[in-house]
Design a protein around this ligand. Sequence first.
Ligand SMILES: [Zn+2]
Length: 107
Amino acid sequence: MSSLLLFCRGCGKQVASSQTRDGICVDCQVRRSVADLRDEHARLWRKRERYRTQNANVEQIGRQIARVEDRIAMRVRELVPNEREAVEHLRRELEAARGQRYDIKSV
Ligand SMILES: [Zn+2]
């Protein structure tokens, strides 16, 4: 199958048309679909840090964070049928989510 190249409407990257949906590349689709979960993840992560400084029990929050990460994984799998690529996307999204707290703290 021949595939056309076009520019993603989200990030402007050149991608094969077969890799896009509504003119948006897979990276952007994933990023958009998990945006709310990433915010939720960041909120829980901050909460855990706060609890930890108070020596409170953080086990439950840890479980909540794990659940949010599971939901991120589910959404990534819906968008990326290829298992290997899905894992790669998930790794990137989780790294970004876990890194978000540093952005927030440094402001
Ligand atoms: Zn894009």
